[in-house]
Design a protein around this ligand. Sequence first.
Ligand SMILES: [Mn+2]
Length: 394
Amino acid sequence: MTTSPHTWAAAAGHVAAGPPGRPDALAAAGPEQRYRIGTGARPRPPGRAAARPAQQRRCPARTGAIDEQTWRRAIAAIEAADEVALACHVSPDGDALGSMLALGLALRAAGRRVVASFGDRDFAVPRLLRFLPGQDLLVEPARYPAAPGLMITFDVATVERLGMLEDSARNAGELLVVDHHASNDTASGFGTLRLVDPTAAATAVLAEELIARLGLPVDEQIATCLYTGLVTDTGSFRYGVTPAVHDMAGRLVATGLATDEITRELWEGNPFGYLKVLATALERATLEPLAAEAHGLVWTYVTREDRAAVALPYEEVEGIIDVVRQAGEADVAVVLKQDDDGLWQVSARSKGAIDVGRACTALGGGGHPRAAGFTSHLPPDDTLALLRPLLTRM
Ligand SMILES: [Mn+2]
């Protein structure tokens, strides 16, 4: 496979072995000029050191350690596979499904056999994500290879998050884990090959690098998938933003994708019933200023009956946490959502003082320090009684 200088992968400029395009121009400039080009021509304030090494400046939106040998083994495994079986976590979000479909589209365009799925018993792409290209790659879990030669997981922090695809993962010849969850730690983590970097703003960051290292081009459709992962996991570029995150967004937008359409699909397509359920949830929100080591806790819940009253599917209440977290008095926001089986899916967010990832992991869930979740069999009050003492400083 060769990559023309006009392809996006070449322009991205982070293929491991001396890519054409921007990095060459940068290499010709002095270090000071390189810094200015790379960060939007703003001169560095006097007295502030240019601390980041050159390699990091032109690398993707992550700083953590995945060693070169692991990357090489991952690339070799993909290039050697007869068929590549892709998977993401159950109830996929934009980052999970977007990252998976991006690699799937890139591999298929290169003439590779690809199959993709996620392990929900009721297999359906969430309404919000039905605009994503590449869904013809998807098969129901029942039709997924029982023992894939190579299986690649995206945004999956624990093997349990594969749901019905868990057995396929256990039987896979090679299991490549592509993830950015801090709770997916190297010591206890699953997989035979692990591209796990908690400093990546999204799994899509790692998927982009994987595609680039495979020498595959990123077209508008692939970019749409990657951009959806990046924009959802950064909360529309509000969290975890670095110059490299915007660099990546710039590369993706440059393919010609329709960012305004993606915005409309993701955030402006709620059914009217969502507003009614949101109103109910906000009406019963509780503020506890002294909780979470006096950093404040705001929490509420949504019952199955709340949703049934307006025929609102479970997946439609995911966004309520983003409204509840707006309370300035609270560092921590928690929303408990009762699913169709009666279980409570708990979402927790922190503004930076409290580590909700650690708290949720302790209760059997997982996630990031500022965004995490777990499942509870107990009613909201009892679940909060378990959670409150775990809400401690980062
Ligand atoms: Mn993610």
